[in-house]
Write a protein that binds this ligand. Sequence first.
Ligand code: NAP
Length: 247
Amino acid sequence: MQLNGRKALITGASRGIGRAIAIAFAQQGAQVALAATSADRLVETAAMCQEQNKLDVAMFGLDVRDPKACEAAVKATVDKFGGLDIVVNNAGVTRDNLLMRLSDEDYDAVLDTNLRGAFNITRAASRPLMKSKAGRLINIASVVGIVGNAGQANYAASKGGLIAFTKSVAKELAGRGVTANVIAPGFIETDMTASLDAKVKEEALKGIRLGRFGKPEDIAQAAVYLASDAGSYITAQVLVIDGGMTA
Ligand code: NAP
């Protein structure tokens, strides 16, 4: 197993991409700590992880926008597991609207969750990651953070910021052997995309060269690779996984 003995914290693990990453990590032998807006929402993912390995799962109901709650969750993970090797900042939201109609509230909600949230967790986790022999930071951004998207100025800004943030952290922590990378998914079938208009989906599909939407597992397998020893010489990179959508 590629992640035997590793301890991982994954935010946004109640469903979608975060859940798939948690299960894939557990399948590879990692002990996982899960975070989402409430601990109740994590029970199902925790059971799925325990089907993979019998290790105890930690669950944290928190708002990633709250720095104190993020600090407490990181500390509790380190106390419970005896360390922390892998952090995946995956929690994210969208509040789409055209620029002229984009409210202050929707702009801030997206920036605070997707970018500030990743900062809150990463700052709290930086010390334990530096102590680890194989520290890994994996931030889930989006192709929208690279190419932009009409109707998603707030989301694009948060994800573009997350890419720049990750590259900076990679430079800061490289001397301590910690890698920091971004996965930039394209269109993945989760709750986040389920509510999109059928016409929007149809148009999006036309632009995907591999002819299908991505699955959360497509992202999870890449996260395993970056977290494993196979990824130990990869840092400050953005791995686009979009079926050729932005090619
Ligand atoms: P999803 O199904 O909507 O799940 C979002 C997750 O984030 C949930 O676990 C949710 O917890 C958690 N979350 C949201 N706000 C939070 C907060 N303030 N504090 C703590 N947790 C919070 O989304 P997804 O599609 O799996 O997306 C996961 C990540 O991939 C996001 O960062 C997203 O931007 C990115 N991404 C997705 C796609 C796509 O096509 N789906 C494409 C590119 C990038 P609750 O269940 O408790 O609400």
